[in-house]
Design a protein around this ligand. Sequence first.
Ligand code: SF4
Length: 246
Amino acid sequence: MLPKNAILDGTLRYKGEQLTRSRQKRLRGKEISLIPQSVNALDPLMKSGKQVQAVIKEKRKKAVQQDIFQKVGLSPEAGERYPFELSGGMARRVLVTTAMVSGAELVIADEPTPGLDQKAVHETIDYLKQLAIGGKGIMFITHDIDTALQVADEIVVFYAGQTVEIANVEDFSGKGDKLRHPYTKALWNALPQNEFKPLSGSQPFLGEVMNGCVFQKRCPVAMELCTYKQPDLQEASGGAVRCFDA
Ligand code: SF4
């Protein structure tokens, strides 16, 4: 999906086995499904109902599509409309229904909520919860930690392209004392309902060479070791953390 000049590096594993290019091709859209970030991912020349029918495996494609539309509050007429005739919230629901009917075991929801009003955010979250209750695995990628906490069991926190912490949802409480990484604590305490405390500085630029910890310039507890050595991700009290101070 990326342009030819994109740099791809690293290893992906799915169900314990390496996710090679050929395995990705086999599973994509079948066992692993994506809810893309932008509603522009919908085909502008195809009616929304037809787009959902295209991923349904059963014979009664139209009936299944209309049934799922009803479940997410879309009228049968919405299926006869082209994407440009739908509101942003309706188009978002069409994208979510494609994941619901795909039969995929893992759904990757890439920032599905930005730009939605609170009602639409709650609706989208409810659909994802329905998928999870139905036994699907959901990977919910977001900047909105508050929304993530409403749906997740486990939160993986990234900073500058690295996993800095893996925490359980219960760890996000009080003043964040159960959280292990200074960045996760800062994220938690920056929320308006907590201390509303901003974290000064900004993330390193893409390609910036850093010898030590990627968070050292903003870290309130950085020490000399952090300036020349990168911490590894280590297991810690039911989660994992990448920090010398944890
Ligand atoms: S390794 Fe050092 S700089 Fe990085 S988060 Fe931990 S204490 Fe802060």
